[in-house]
Design a protein around this ligand. Structure first.
Ligand code: HEC
Length: 227
């Protein structure tokens, strides 16, 4: 009996440490984003600048970094991503005055540079799709993922004009873009990883041949068993 309760205790401790004890949380939809999909990132960047940047900054990011990573020229960026008066080398801040934001929304809209790292892409995707009508709220909407969110449904006009699949795809592109913003070097890192593994594979063959060459003259005996 004593050993049994000890066992139960250890199992409970392990379960808790891995956080497998389910907490009542919302079901998130899978975002299925692909950071190597440049067209999706370009569309996401454009949508972000049009629908989100009025409130949210992504101040760790500069316009020209997006340009060079996503294959956009300075002219493209100026035409599609920037507002008059900004320069391509600048960080992407928001025009929203902090004091006003606090009064209008009860808080400043957070900087989204790292939100994909803290919340994850599934969370962002589900959050952007999770608005529902709720007259008791200031903006007439509430959110399944973030209860009583003080953000209005910024994408309602985008949803109006198109089919559900097309809207989902746009939300996925915005989420993909925020994933990229969270770690721009991911594009380079994953590409470099493949090259390094390829290099190691070739090095393995050469090292093996070299080993065979070195051991060729060593006689079998107590130091070298017959293979
Ligand atoms: C009208 C201003 C406004 C617009 C436009 C807006 N947001 Fe927000 N957003 C907010 C506010 C305010 C919050 C804080 C919500 C809260 O904590 O209750 C927020 C919160 C968020 C969060 C959660 C951040 C966190 O760490 O909790 C994400 C993600 C987000 N917004 C993404 C977006 C995206 C993507 C867009 C564009 C499609 C967008 N927002 C457009 C005002 C806005």
């Amino acid at each position: 009996m004593k050993t049994l309760s000890k066992l139960q205790l250890s199992i409970a401790a392990i379960a808790l440490s891995f956080n497998v004890v389910a907490s009542p949380s919302v079901q998130l939809e899978e975002a299925n984003t692909d950071i190597t999909d440049t067209a999706s990132l370009q569309n996401g960047a454009k949508l972000f600048m049009n629908y989100c940047s009025g409130c949210h900054a992504i101040s760790f990011m500069r316009y020209n970094r997006i340009g060079s990573d996503l294959g956009l020229s300075d002219a493209d960026i100026e035409a599609n991503l920037m507002f008059a008066g900004d320069k391509v080398g600048e960080n992407i801040t928001t025009t929203m005055p902090e004091k006003g934001a606090a009064a209008w929304f009860g808080g400043t809209p957070p900087d989204l540079s790292l939100v994909s790292r803290s919340k994850g892409t599934d969370w962002i995707y589900s959050y952007l799709k999770g608005f529902y009508a709720d007259e008791s709220r200031v903006f007439g909407v509430n959110n399944h993922v973030l209860e009583n969110a003080s953000m209005p449904d910024a994408l309602w006009s985008l949803r109006e004009g198109q089919s559900e699949e097309a809207f989902d795809s746009d939300v996925r592109d915005i989420t993909n873009f925020l994933d990229y913003v969270g770690e721009p070097a991911k594009l380079i890192r994953t590409d470099l990883g493949k090259k390094v593994l390829f290099f190691l594979a070739i090095l393995f063959v050469l090292a093996y041949l070299l080993k065979k060459e070195y051991w060729k003259d060593v006689k079998y005996g107590i130091w070298r068993k017959r293979d």
